[in-house]
Design a protein around this ligand. Structure first.
Ligand SMILES: C[S@@+](CC[C@H](N)C(=O)[O-])C[C@H]1O[C@@H](n2cnc3c(N)ncnc32)[C@H](O)[C@@H]1O
Length: 145
């Protein structure tokens, strides 16, 4: 099983039948894996150079800055960042604000990492709020907290 398929299974309760967004999606491997279960999958990146959508009808990709999203308020149940934290860390304050804005009231942001560079930065910023779940280092940020 691919890593992205494994993490989708671990977080299935916040993916299954939900409207989800992957920010800074790169190749969109996480979005592809989640699309087997989610009600809708949107994913964004600053460019599409690595994009490889398994099915463009199932995953809606747009070129968009995660710090300035064009989505309406309260669009998504869950927002994911997968192995992307090091790339967005310098803009994290603005990106977190935007992720909270596009989340529905009970929604959550999940920052997921398997790479050392992301893990180290997440430890620095989030401390004990970051936890291991198998091979995945995860921070959950609830909108209403
Ligand atoms: C490590 S890469 C790809 C991560 C991807 N989730 C994966 O698993 O392949 C990180 C990505 O973050 C994107 N990125 C950086 N800043 C961004 C921003 N402000 N808004 C959207 N995407 C951004 C980069 O373009 C890059 O594709």
């Amino acid at each position: 099983m691919k890593k992205t398929e494994t993490i989708v299974q671990k977080l299935i309760t916040v993916i299954d039948n939900k409207d989800i967004l992957e920010a800074a999606c790169g190749g969109a491997e996480f979005s592809n894996a989640a699309s087997a279960y989610a009600r809708s999958v949107s994913c964004i990146d600053l460019d599409d150079s690595r994009l490889h959508l398994a099915d463009p009808n199932t995953v809606q990709f747009e070129i968009m800055d995660a710090a300035q999203m064009r989505y309406a308020d309260e669009t998504f149940d869950t927002v994911f960042l997968y192995n992307a934290f090091a790339h967005v860390q310098s803009q994290w304050e603005a990106i977190e604000t935007e992720c909270r804005r596009v989340l529905k009231p009970d929604g959550s942001i999940y920052i997921i990492a398997t790479w050392k560079v992301d893990i180290a930065l997440m430890r620095d910023l989030f401390g004990d709020r970051a936890e291991w779940n198998g091979a995945f280092f995860i921070v959950r940020i609830d909108k209403n907290r």
